[in-house]
Every structure is written in structure tokens, then in C-alpha cells.
Ligand binder design. Structure first.
Ligand code: NAD
Length: 341
């Protein structure tokens, strides 16, 4: 057995503790060699320490460089930072990896298997915004600046091609709007074509304008494999790809930097079902699989993914959001039984 890796575990708020517990049980049943440093953030941390992102939690991630995170309630109110933005900035988590794959047949589409790689630190999310006063209207005009740097574009596009190579993926599609935003999106596309040329013969590539890509994703999603795009387009298109495969309960998201990775579900704290024992833990379980992929344990991750997929496909013991009646624990037991069977 390999030396255990220490991972920061942030259970989160709402349904977070239940679905992260379920994930830890599945990872342990699969023999994953992790030790967990439990830390708090979000509403739980505000309640305990008056700070949504305590220094002790940041210190833990600085040390372990790995975190499995439940969803966090971002407290509304002045003075609170957005926790997710703060984590991305602190650890320079420049790649947001959101795979969307059809698991349960008979949904909107069969055969979808798209990995969306979203740039996580630049674009319109840099927060450079201002109003321009005209006459006596101080908010007559609003401006938001999109920042694309050659280095920022290159590292995310290279990440997408390296991901494709490492995971046996066929093609990378660069999604942009360079026909209109000739400078920022133009630089992203120009950089993308240069990087793509380096991978010629190993990974196919093409590029598409974002509006055409959105239409094609809805009409023929099976044509896409890996998509790489800038921050805002990635934010929107990754919710679209989640919708293609059955919604938020099933889609994980990894935030990856040079030496750090934070793994979570795409969905939030689901306050409407918190404490009822009915949440679907699949998205966080699949984030746990991304964590295993990240530490070089893809075969173990694939075994868990196969157990999840078989349990969901059989549809005997599944949670309410995907048409079943099972609770979180019962579903988790069924996945573990598959793993061991
Ligand atoms: P949500 O994703 O929590 O819920 C949307 C709907 O999906 C709800 O009906 C919920 O019951 C359902 N749902 C979500 N996950 C589910 C699961 N695993 N199983 C079954 N049903 C599930 O979105 P929201 O209500 O807009 O946000 C609630 C809170 O979560 C807010 O405070 C928001 O800031 C936070 N949030 C956090 C993150 C994060 O930490 N990464 C992401 C999104 C939202």
C-alpha cells in the first residue's frame, strides 16, 4: 500500500457534510490511501470563528496542496470575501475542469462525454469595473474590462492539450469570440492555434466561435470531446453541458493550479433538502475521483466511476433527484456494495 497522502477535507454547509461523508466512505472502500485534515469554511466557519475562510483552513491547504470541498454558503453581507474567488486567487487555481458524461440512458442525450476546461483567473472575472458619470447621472455608463494575457491563455490551453493526451482524448476545441473581441479573444485564439500546432499528430484540434459552439452543443453534443475557453464562456457553457447530462447532482468540478488542486461538486448547499438525508452525493464522489486522477491513481478512480455508473444505470437504489426513492446513505451503501462485489 502507498504512503497515505494528507488531504484537507472541508465538509461545507447545507448538504455538504452528508455528501462529503458519503464520498470519504466510498474512497476508503476503494482503498484510497488518504488521511483527512478536517477544516471549516463558509457559514460553519462564520458561526464558529466569525470568518468564512479561516487562516487555519488556508494553512492546511497550503500544507497539503489538496482539498476535497463540500459546497459553501457564501454569507451575504459587507466585508465578506467570496470564498471560492479567494481560494482560486490564493492558490492560483487557473484551470477549472468540468466533465459532463451521460450516465443514465434515456435522458435528453445519450453518448455525451465532454470535458470543459475553463480559464479560472482572467477574462471578465478580474473585477476591473467602473461607472462613468454623464451629466448628473453617476451610473450613466458601466464598464467591465476583460483581461487575457498570453501567459494566461497559453497555460490553460496547454493544460487542455496535456489533459487530452493523459486521458486518451481525441480532440480539443478552442472556443472564442475573436471575430468581435479582436484583441482579448484574438490573443486567446492566436495563442491556442500556436499551442495546437505543437500537438499536431497527437491530439486533433479545431476552433469555434462561442455562439456556434453553444448551438452545436445543444444539437450534437457528441461531436465535442475537450473544450477549452475563457472564464465567462466556460462558466456558461459548463452549466449547459451539466444540463445535457441530467443536471447538477451529477457533475464534479476540479480547480487546479501548478501545485494545488481543490475538488468539489458544481452544485451548491441545497438548503431546501439539507438535513433530510436525501441529497445525491454523486457529484462529490466524482470530484473524489478527480482527486484520485490528480494524484496518479486513475485506475482506482475508474473503479469508483464504474461502480457509480452501474448503480445509477440500474436505477434500483438511486436518489430522488434522478427518479429514485433512496436516501444518501442507502445509495452510498449500494455504490460500496458494487465496489466490493
Ligand atoms: P444549489 O445548487 O444549492 O441548489 C439548486 C437546486 O438543486 C435545489 O433545488 C437543490 O435541492 C438541488 N440540488 C443541488 N445539489 C443537489 C444534490 N446533490 N442532490 C439533490 N439535489 C440537489 O443552488 P442554490 O440554491 O442557488 O445555492 C445555495 C447556496 O449554495 C448559496 O449560498 C450559494 O452561494 C451556494 N453555492 C456554493 C457553491 C460552491 O461552494 N461551490 C456553488 C454554488 C452555490
Amino acid at each position: 500500500m502507498s504512503t497515505p497522502r494528507e488531504v484537507t477535507l472541508i465538509p461545507g454547509d447545507g448538504i455538504g457534510p452528508a455528501i462529503t461523508d458519503a464520498t470519504v466512505r466510498v474512497l476508503e472502500a476503494a482503498g484510497a490511501s488518504f488521511t483527512w485534515d478536517r477544516q471549516i469554511a463558509g457559514a460553519a466557519a462564520v458561526k464558529a470563528l466569525g470568518d468564512p475562510l479561516p487562516e487555519a483552513t488556508l494553512d492546511s491547504v497550503r500544507r497539503t496542496k489538496l482539498a476535497l470541498k463540500g459546497p459553501l454558503e457564501t454569507p451575504v453581507g459587507k466585508g465578506f470575501r467570496s470564498i471560492n474567488v479567494a481560494l482560486r486567487k490564493e492558490f492560483d487555481l487557473y484551470a477549472n475542469l468540468r466533465p459532463a458524461k451521460t450516465i443514465i440512458p434515456g435522458g435528453r442525450f445519450d453518448g455525451v462525454d465532454v470535458v470543459l476546461v475553463r480559464e479560472n483567473t482572467e477574462g471578465l472575472y478580474v473585477g476591473i469595473e467602473n461607472y462613468v458619470k454623464v451629466g448628473d447621472d453617476p451610473h450613466a455608463v458601466a464598464q467591465s474590462v476583460a483581461v487575457v494575457s498570453r501567459n494566461g491563455a497559453e497555460r490553460i490551453i496547454r493544460y487542455a492539450f496535456e489533459y487530452a493526451l493523459a486521458h486518451g482524448r481525441r480532440k480539443v476545441t478552442i472556443v472564442h469570440k475573436a471575430n468581435i473581441l479582436k484583441y482579448s479573444q484574438g490573443l486567446f485564439l492566436e495563442t491556442g492555434r500556436k499551442v495546437a500546432a505543437e500537438y499536431a499528430g497527437r491530439v486533433e484540434s479545431d476552433d469555434k466561435i462561442v455562439d456556434a459552439a453553444a448551438m452545436e452543443l445543444v444539437m450534437r453534443p457528441e461531436r465535442f470531446d475537450v473544450i477549452v475557453t475563457t472564464n465567462l464562456f466556460g462558466d456558461i457553457l459548463s452549466d449547459l453541458t451539466s444540463g445535457l447530462v441530467g443536471g447538477l447532482g451529477l457533475t464534479p468540478g476540479a480547480n487546479i493550479g501548478y501545485d494545488c488542486g481543490i475538488f468539489e461538486a458544481v452544485h451548491g448547499t441545497a438548503p431546501d433538502i439539507a438535513g433530510k438525508g436525501v441529497a445525491n452525493p454523486t457529484a462529490v464522489m466524482l470530484a473524489g475521483c478527480q482527486l484520485l486522477d490528480h494524484v496518479g491513481e486513475k485506475p482506482r478512480a475508474d473503479r469508483i466511476r464504474a461502480a457509480i455508473e452501474a448503480t445509477l444505470r440500474e436505477r434500483k437504489v438511486v436518489t430522488r433527484d434522478v427518479g429514485g426513492t433512496a436516501g444518501t446513505d442507502e445509495y452510498t451503501d449500494a455504490v460500496i456494495a458494487r465496489l466490493k462485489g
